[in-house]
Design a protein around this ligand. Structure first.
Ligand SMILES: CC(C)(COP(=O)(O)OP(=O)(O)OC[C@H]1O[C@@H](n2cnc3c(N)ncnc32)[C@H](O)[C@@H]1OP(=O)(O)O)[C@@H](O)C(=O)NCCC(=O)NCCS
Length: 182
């Protein structure tokens, strides 16, 4: 495997759409048990009876360089001028680098390209002296959670009403993950 990672300049790649759609039966079920002096929060991997079409409750397609990220930078792997994988980051006010997108074209998955992209960004984050890498994912994106756990990410938080008032019922809880750099 010999993939080269290149910078994807904003003037060429702004608004480039990424196909993030997937179907799954698996999700992390979320429970909060509040017993006055003790609150237990759990995420348990379960199999859903019905197939989930993901992303759920996504009003806009995933694109590179969306206008709501001000300090965005994207890097990717090109094969015959076609994008086969990319990663996008945005430095936040808290000196944490937000990994806003990671995507590998379906036929190229499970060959180590995602790992290669993450390692590239980790090196970049260390160079600019960011203190951590953070990201958002969803409780039904079990493949990406497995991937991030393999990279060394851990749970940083959750938001049970981010996408709708019925995120638990829809099996679509926002999870925040963190990878500490020092
Ligand atoms: C998540 C994603 C970027 C991973 O990219 P990838 O190139 O397939 O990842 P790698 O081949 O480097 O995998 C590294 C490790 O991650 C884990 N992993 C990756 N895909 C997995 C899968 N389908 N099931 C279980 N574990 C998986 C494994 O531990 C794997 O190591 P191994 O192959 O030695 O077992 C890719 O699946 C993808 O583009 N998904 C769709 C877009 C998406 O959901 N992005 C995340 C948004 S939050």
């Amino acid at each position: 495997m010999n993939y080269k990672i290149s910078y994807l300049p904003k003037n060429k790649w702004k608004n480039y759409p990424l196909d993030m759609e997937f179907k799954t039966h698996y999700f992390y079920d979320f429970e909060i048990n509040d017993n006055n002096d003790r609150v237990d929060i759990s995420f348990i991997l379960k199999k859903s009876d019905e197939e989930l079409n993901c992303p759920i409750d996504c009003d806009f397609p995933e694109i590179l360089y969306p206008s709501y990220y001000k300090n965005c930078k994207a890097f990717g792997v090109l094969e015959n001028d076609n994008l086969i994988a990319c990663i996008q980051i945005n430095l936040e006010y808290s000196n944490r680098l937000r990994l806003t997108t990671i995507w590998v074209k379906e036929d190229y998955r499970r060959q180590g390209i995602g790992t290669l992209l993450f390692k590239y960004i980790e090196k970049y984050a260390l160079k600019i002296k960011a203190r951590a890498i953070i990201l958002e994912t969803q409780s039904n994106n079990v493949v990406s959670i497995d991937f991030y756990k393999k990279m060394g990410f851990e749970i940083n938080g959750f938001d049970k009403s981010c996408y709708s008032n019925f995120d638990k019922e829809k099996k679509n809880i926002r999870l925040e993950l963190v990878y500490y750099l020092n």
